[in-house]
Design a protein around this ligand. Structure first.
Ligand code: NAD
Length: 307
């Protein structure tokens, strides 16, 4: 068997491959760096990468490809329709990183509500007076609106209740009874949830329905004291509209782990947006989750290859 990996998975996952299995690591998600190696590949393992970067051409370059593995939950980096058409299963790792991403979402909420990043940057420059800016607020008693109550959304909701927040949820695939049964306030419409909540945390897959679901119209209707967190996928919040909403004070802050096109680089206007903090799509990169994702993904690919 030959495995092509866009990047090496954690050693614990590598260790599951035996001597007879060949591995090619491209060190880059761009197919130009590994398409040639696909000629005799049986499995392709991909990390988070721009939407549909594993396209039909990549799959067609691999006549014996049996499986595509994704170390994570979102499968948007793979053209799943093309894989389905070609009969290639796509393996993901649900449950491997929900705790990591939920803790990261809470971290972004706490850091924003305590103005932590600006305070450190300013104090490092000698501006100790930043502590009197009084931009901080407490999350206790505030209402968190969770959009998408799947694995990560539920873990995030539970962490929010743990620090004394009220929780409301929107998920069109869950009933009112299911959401209320979890102990959360039910919203049938996410725009109402956005209007009412102090903190919004988004945990949905990137789909035609969720792309740009938070744009200028929705941001304008949010409280101007509200903060929004996106640890799901770039493009669910419209980036240009978010910058406008932050700079004009329509909302009080945003915490992002994900971006359109995956990475942001110097010159990207998001880097100059007011009250925006971010991490480099690292929410799922805890020591624990990285091992879970690597082992689950390799085991899943091996199981498919073994028939
Ligand atoms: P999940 O499948 O368990 O949950 C997704 C939830 O979203 C489901 O309950 C589903 O019903 C709901 N949903 C679908 N469409 C919706 C819509 N239009 N509006 C509201 N809810 C909708 O997945 P998960 O493990 O909780 O992961 C959620 C997403 O988080 C993934 O799809 C992935 O894109 C992202 N993610 C990001 C990272 C990261 O490193 N930042 C890591 C893992 C997952």
């Amino acid at each position: 068997m030959k495995y092509v990996m866009t990047e090496a998975v954690a050693p614990e996952g590598m260790a599951l491959l035996d001597q007879s299995e060949k591995v090619y690591v491209a060190h880059d998600a761009n197919p130009a760096n590994y398409t040639e190696e696909m000629k005799d590949a049986d499995a392709l393992i991909v990390r988070a990468a721009p939407a549909k970067i594993v396209n039909k051409a990549v799959m067609e370059a691999a006549p014996q490809l049996k499986v595509i593995g994704r170390t994570g939950v979102g499968y948007d980096s793979v053209d799943v329709d093309a894989a389905t058409e070609l009969g290639i299963p796509v393996v993901i790792t649900p449950g491997a990183n929900n705790r990591a991403v939920a803790e990261h979402s809470l971290t972004l909420m706490l850091a924003l509500s305590k103005n932590l990043v600006e305070a450190q940057v300013e104090a490092s420059k000698g501006n100790w007076a930043i502590r009197d800016a009084h931009k901080q607020f407490e999350l206790y008693g505030k209402k968190a609106g969770i959009i998408g109550l799947g694995r990560i959304g539920r873990d995030t909701a539970s962490l929010c209740t743990g620090i004394g927040m009220k929780v409301a949820g929107y998920d069109p695939f869950l009933t009112k009874e299911q959401i209320e049964g979890m102990g959360y306030e039910y919203y049938a419409n996410y725009e109402d949830l956005l209007k009412d909540c102090d903190v919004i945390s988004i945990h949905v897959p990137l789909t035609k329905e969720t792309e740009n679901m938070v744009s200028a119209k929705q941001l304008k209707e949010m409280k101007n004291t509200a903060i929004i967190i996106n640890c799901s996928r770039g493009g669910i919040i419209n980036e240009a509209d978010l910058i406008e909403a932050l700079d004009s004070g329509e909302i009080a802050g945003a915490g992002l782990d994900v971006f359109v096109g995956e990475e942001i680089h110097p010159g990207n206007p998001l880097l100059d947006a007011k009250n925006l903090i971010f991490s480099p799509h690292s929410a799922a990169q805890t020591r624990e989750a990285v091992i879970n994702m690597a082992t689950m993904c390799v085991e899943g690919c091996k199981a498919v290859c073994a028939g």
